[in-house]
Ligand binder design. Structure first.
Ligand SMILES: [Zn+2]
Length: 177
């Protein structure tokens, strides 16, 4: 069976269960009031590593799990909806998770970065992407969220480093916020 055929079969099996009905409606509050920013690496899928089920959390993923302009815009939008549509609900917890052995680290190689940038990307921006020390980059990215004027001060921010070898999260000490 091809991968696509198997995926479609999985989807039909899923649709036959009641799981799809256990999700909140718009304007929604995720079941676990959680917002996770993490890497696209399939080895760190929060559905498995954190047990995040359907409807539980907003999960934003990009290379490295970095706080980029696009990530900030989405978070500001969700914050705005929260303030204006569900003002009485509790605020969500925001987790930023970077991990060891991250593929974004390859961008620390100037030659590789330069060659890739020739495909129409900004070399300086690429230079800011590598996660070499997850604790360090998580601290920097949470600081960026703390400093962003569009992000509500009421969101509880926590930064974690995820170790691929042990499968465990370690909380990173963050700047005061
Ligand atoms: Zn990664």
């Amino acid at each position: 069976m091809s991968v696509l055929a198997r995926i479609l079969e999985n989807n039909r099996s899923f649709a036959a269960t009641g799981a799809r009905t256990k999700v909140p409606e718009i304007p929604f509050i995720p079941n676990e009031q959680l917002y996770v920013i993490t890497c696209i690496d399939p080895r760190v899928d929060p559905a498995v590593t954190l047990g995040v089920d359907l409807g539980d959390a907003i999960v934003a993923r990009n290379v490295g799990g970095r706080v980029t302009a696009a990530v900030l815009q989405d978070l500001a939008w969700i914050s705005y909806l929260h303030e204006t549509r569900t003002p009485d609900a509790e605020w969500f917890e925001l987790l930023v998770i970077h991990h060891t052995d991250c593929g974004s680290g390859l961008l620390a190689d100037p030659g590789l970065r330069h060659d890739f940038a020739q495909r129409g990307f900004d070399e300086q921006q690429l230079a800011a992407m590598p996660v070499l020390d997850p604790a360090e980059t998580v601290r920097a990215d949470v600081a960026k969220l703390v400093a962003a004027p569009q992000i509500s001060r009421q969101i509880a921010l926590t930064g974690f480093s995820y170790d691929l070898k042990t499968g465990l999260l370690s909380e990173v000490v963050l700047p005061a916020h």
